[in-house]
Write a protein that binds this ligand. Structure first.
Ligand code: SF4
Ligand code: FES
Length: 373
């Protein structure tokens, strides 16, 4: 089969080096079926992936997980990425790093670090992470990152338990020396979907947090850049998930499966190829999963005749499947979707009373029990 004529080459690769992680964040976007350590691809296989990615035109390698620092070969992987000319971004919880290790990673060619924080208050942050002492260790890690001369981005996922402190988290990022802060309202995939009822804020809470963070943009102009990912369920139009299916980026899982997005495995019937058996170029241009929702030909109404179809690409396929049972449907976040009332009903369900109580989480873990439907 020939490659589709207009398929652009990818610019980014999200490498999930491992699903192992000391934290248990209840909104984790990893799949519910996590890859075991024994199934992880080895150092040589990752090096091959990064070499092929660079040859394919990928510019940015995002080293993620789980916690990438759980891989003993992280330094070797970073050095290899640098040697093939990739810009490397370490997406880390900070747990598993030491001052010496951060310095060694910077010396090996690491370009940037993105550190997650769970809250601006230690007790709550540790509860959300499911790890006592995480907050203090993250602050230490931020210091080592700055000390090593690496640019730092702080990432904070916002949900009911911390939404009243979205502004405080921006201030904490400034205090930690970050150049950017990403305030990202929870996306309901993977563990986030399992914990949706416990994580969903009220509309009033979401509106207040959005206004606060937007106002801080002006206050901190020239000090820190604020990336603000607003909550899906309260929006009018969906986001262009992944910048369009198989249009800009790809993911490789710890066991070597190449995915167009982190939740793609939830879509039944897609055939994913593994980097053990195929080159990245072959996967990008010719694998069935990458071609399944490329472009706009697969769309049905209302997307097919919508003027925004090249802007948001019908939203998120995985969310469309999860909420309508049809991965080809318009993302029901869109107010034009015939299923939009489902999203509105879920968003409206988060009551003031629920919002005031501390909800129990199903923490992300390998073989964690799932709640009854
Ligand atoms: Fe996007 Fe489809 Fe809604 Fe149009 S109808 S705005 S393409 S999701
Ligand atoms: Fe799969 Fe959005 S997460 S398309």
């Amino acid at each position: 089969m020939n490659a589709p004529v207009k398929t652009p080459n990818p610019v980014g690769l999200l490498a999930e080096l491992t699903h192992r992680c000391p934290l248990g964040c209840p909104y984790c976007s990893n799949p519910l079926e996590l890859d075991a350590r024994a199934d992880e691809i080895d150092t040589a296989a990752w090096k091959k992936v990064f070499s092929e990615a660079a040859a394919l035109g990928v510019l940015h390698a995002h080293l993620s997980g789980g916690e990438p620092a759980a891989r003993r070969d992280l330094l070797e992987i970073v050095a290899h990425c640098a040697s093939v000319g990739l810009y490397t971004n370490l997406i880390t919880s900070g747990i598993g790093l030491t001052r010496e290790r951060v310095k060694a990673l910077a010396d090996a060619g690491l370009d940037h670090a993105q550190l997650s924080i769970q809250d601006s208050v230690g007790k709550s942050a540790d509860r959300i992470a499911g790890y006592e002492g995480a907050f203090a260790r993250k602050q230490a890690a931020a210091g080592w990152i700055i000390e090593a001369g690496l640019p730092l981005t702080v990432n904070a996922v916002i949900h009911r338990a911390n939404i009243s402190r979205a502004g405080e988290m921006v201030k904490l990022a400034v205090a930690l020396g970050a150049r950017r802060v990403e305030i990202a309202h929870t996306q309901y995939y993977g563990w986030g979907m399992v914990n949706r009822a416990a994580l969903m804020p009220t509309k009033a809470q979401a509106d207040a947090a959005i206004a606060e963070v937007e106002a801080l943009r002006e206050t901190y102009a020239g000090v820190i850049v604020i990336d603000h990912v607003i909550p899906d369920y309260h929006a009018q139009y969906p986001k262009a998930c992944m910048g369009g299916w198989a249009k800009r980026t790809l993911n490789v899982t710890p066991s070597g499966k190449a995915l167009p997005c982190h939740a793609a495995e939830t879509i039944p019937g897609l055939e994913f190829w593994n980097v053990r058996d195929h080159s990245l170029e072959d996967i990008w241009f010719r694998s069935p999963a990458f071609n399944a929702f490329r472009g706009t030909e697969w769309m049905q109404e209302p997307c097919r005749s919508c003027p925004r179809k090249e802007i948001d690409f019908g939203g998120c396929r995985c969310q469309a499947l999860a909420l309508t049972g049809d991965a080809r449907a318009a993302d029901p976040v869109c107010h034009l979707s015939p299923h939009h009332d489902k999203v509105a009903a879920i968003a409206a369900h988060a009551s003031e009373e629920e919002a005031a109580t501390e909800a129990a989480y199903v923490y992300r873990a390998i073989k964690s029990p799932l709640p009854a439907e």
